[in-house]
Design a protein around this ligand. Structure first.
Ligand code: C5P
Ligand code: MG
Length: 207
């Protein structure tokens, strides 16, 4: 059963760095709940009657960042659901915080209620990120932002707005950096080293 504050690992890295792929594997091995900010926003965009649908679509196409009030509420609701329904208390928060507004909103709304274990940073070159996103678009990801124009904008946002947040966490000694240009298996081997070194993670599959 869950005890203590919910534990959070933030997962950051450029578009196409492999955050989602690795998170799936972490879920299987370590029993975390995977909450992708991008996926939650896409779900909210598709929800009938959402007052944020158009605003979200605008930001997703432009590779810009949705105001934190929207994103943080989606994250908090999803966390509460998993805590109450399934007794979960370990969360991978993927693609968040992406800019200063995200970080400020989290600190205001969530930092007292959660414990940050570390920040998993998938570092990957722009060329590889671009190649992966465009490849994903061609093989039918169905995402409105896996096209050359949107990918360029997403990379700009990452460089200008997200990298400073990673720097901020580096100063707090929270960043665990992984070379994400390697194959998914090689990256996961390194991911496991990071999780196995963290005593708060608990045994594999522990809730
Ligand atoms: O992480 P992912 O690539 O799925 O994010 C897709 C888009 O969702 C981002 O380019 C951005 O427009 C939006 N997003 C956001 N705030 C976040 C995460 C994603 O606005 N924290
Ligand atoms: Mg993703």
């Amino acid at each position: 059963m869950a005890s203590g504050k919910p534990k959070v690992v933030f997962v950051l890295g450029g578009p196409g760095a492999g955050k989602g792929t690795q998170c799936q594997r972490i879920v299987e091995k370590y029993g975390f709940v995977h909450l992708s900010a991008g996926d939650l926003l896409r779900e909210e965009r598709a929800r009938e009657g959402s007052e944020y649908g158009e605003q979200i679509e605008y930001h997703i196409r432009n590779g810009s960042i949705v105001p934190v009030k929207v994103t943080c509420s989606l994250l908090e609701n999803a966390m509460n659901h998993n805590i109450k329904q399934f007794g979960k208390n370990k969360f991978l928060i993927d693609g968040f915080p992406r800019n200063q507004d995200n970080l400020d909103g989290w600190n205001e709304q969530m930092s007292d209620k959660t414990e940050i274990l570390f920040v998993l940073f998938f570092n990957c070159s722009e060329d590889i990120c671009t190649e992966r996103c465009l490849g994903r678009g061609k093989s039918g990801s169905g995402r409105s932002d896996d096209n050359a124009e949107s990918v360029k904008k997403r990379i700009n946002t990452y460089n200008n707005d997200s990298l400073p947040i990673i720097e901020h966490f580096k100063e707090l000694n929270l960043v665990r950096e992984i070379d994400a240009s390697l194959s998914a298996d090689e990256v996961f081997a390194k991911v496991q080293q990071v999780f196995n070194e963290c005593s708060a993670v608990g045994a594999g599959g522990d809730q």
